[in-house]
Design a protein around this ligand. Structure first.
Ligand SMILES: *Cc1c(COP(=O)(O)O)cnc(C)c1O
Length: 406
């Protein structure tokens, strides 16, 4: 076997489909967000407005967060120095985990290197520990949950996206006496919709299933104190486990679960992705604590983000652009063709200094390629108007309506 040629061919087929991934080399600048410098390969830079960031509230450049990171790095150094069990647990881990348990009104919380690792570790561990467990999973669940379910080697039943009747059919088919986990998200990141939490919880209770809720795109942003959609609807106490990230609205990185003492302790003792890796550095934890605590108290960032999302949707509606009408702050614009999606985003960048990353397979199914727009707390009305004007020009030039399937 010629390994070089083999892998070149693999990449070539991705290129043929028009979904070769090209990264944008950004230089984020404090005080300028959502603007940033884009570095080109020829050495030049371009100032762009970012329209696809998950730093929904601009917390990545919040002065209190930056100061906490800076000060802690100066005091406690750069790295954690070990895994959680072997010298890598900092006093700040304890403070962050207590802060999260308080946020979600749960007995305990556990921090991971990322939201991905949290999902993979928690879901795989909980399912694997229960003999005969069946996991009921929304078909659009994030790759990290799918990875966790696969690693558990337990049976999986996939229900159609947000389809409660289908979930009930599957629950009914399963033996009454086996352990069950219902795994779903609140805000679906690529659709911009929100799941029918109340109905899913009611079903899970009826069939005595454990509820596992990914609130990655909701924590910091929804509900009182940023505790998520379940908290906003007053039903967080009925969810067995909430999983979140510090990488999105909190503006840093890392992931976590919040649940009962017993569940958190089981994951802590058994989850490979938790145990066998160096823990987050003290500086990051200090930034996380500052961000989580700030957003428990402050509503202004949330209000701005939602005002912007509302204004953007209204303008898209007026312009007749095919955005996907979810209830959340995320606004996907359907294009339905990988090449066209890439061409439009390239032109947004070249002609209008607007940076939106095209979303392609395998992040979304083929034929549903889209732009995923996020109006953050830091965007201004003028930014939104400029974006919509540019989109209208490109929509007409590229005859995009022929692809859209929304
Ligand atoms: C981004 C994402 C994750 C992973 O979180 P990270 O902290 O970025 O690893 C998990 N679930 C969903 C739904 C996500 O969109």
């Amino acid at each position: 076997m010629n390994y070089e040629n083999f892998f070149k061919d693999k990449v070539e087929s991705v290129k043929q489909e028009g979904r070769y991934r090209v990264f944008a080399h950004l230089e984020r600048q404090v005080g300028k967000f959502p603007k940033a410098l884009l570095h080109h390969d020829n050495g030049t830079t371009q100032e762009v407005t970012i329209w696809c960031s998950n730093d929904y509230l601009g917390m990545g450049q919040n002065p209190k967060v930056i100061e906490a990171v800076r000060e802690t790095a100066a005091k406690m150094g750069a790295g954690a120095g070990g895994t959680r069990n072997i010298s890598g647990t900092n006093i700040l881990h304890k403070r962050v985990e207590e802060s999260l348990a308080d946020l979600h009104n749960k007995e305990a919380a556990l921090v991971f290197s990322s939201g991905y690792v949290a999902n993979e570790g928690a879901l795989s561990t909980l399912a694997a520990l229960m003999p005969g467990c069946i996991i009921f999973s929304d078909e659009l669940n994030h790759a990290s949950m799918i990875h966790g379910m696969r690693s558990s080697k337990q049976a999986k039943r996939i229900f159609r996206h947000n389809d409660v009747a289908h979930l009930e059919t599957l629950l009914k088919e399963a033996p009454a006496d086996v352990p069950k986990i219902v795994a779903f998200e609140s805000v679906y990141s690529m659709e911009g919709d929100i799941s029918p939490l109340e109905e899913i919880i009611a079903l899970a209770k009826e069939y005595n299933a454990f509820t596992y809720l990914d609130e990655v795109h909701a924590v910091g942003l929804y509900g009182p104190r940023g505790a998520g959609v379940a908290a906003q609807r007053g039903i967080a106490d009925q969810i067995d486990l909430i999983e979140g990230t510090f990488g999105k609205a909190y503006g840093l990185m890392g992931g976590y679960i919040a649940s009962s003492k017993a569940v958190v302790d089981a994951v802590r003792c058994y989850a490979s992705g938790f145990i066998f890796t160096t823990s987050l550095p003290p500086s990051t934890l200090a930034g996380i604590l500052a961000s989580v605590e700030h957003l428990k108290m402050s509503d202004i960032e949330r209000q701005r983000a939602f005002q912007n999302a509302k204004y953007m949707k209204a303008q898209l509606e007026k312009a007749g652009l095919p955005y996907m009408k979810g209830e959340s702050h995320i606004v996907p614009l359907l294009i339905g063709d990988a090449r066209c999606c890439k061409a439009v985003t390239d032109q947004l960048l070249e002609r209008f200094n607007i940076y939106v990353q095209p979303i392609n397979y395998p992040t979304v199914p083929r034929g549903t390629e889209r732009m995923r727009l996020t109006a953050t707390a830091a965007h201004r009305k003028e930014d939104i108007d400029t974006l919509i004007d540019a989109l209208l020009v490109l929509w007409q030039e590229n005859h995009i309506s022929q692809y859209a399937v929304a």
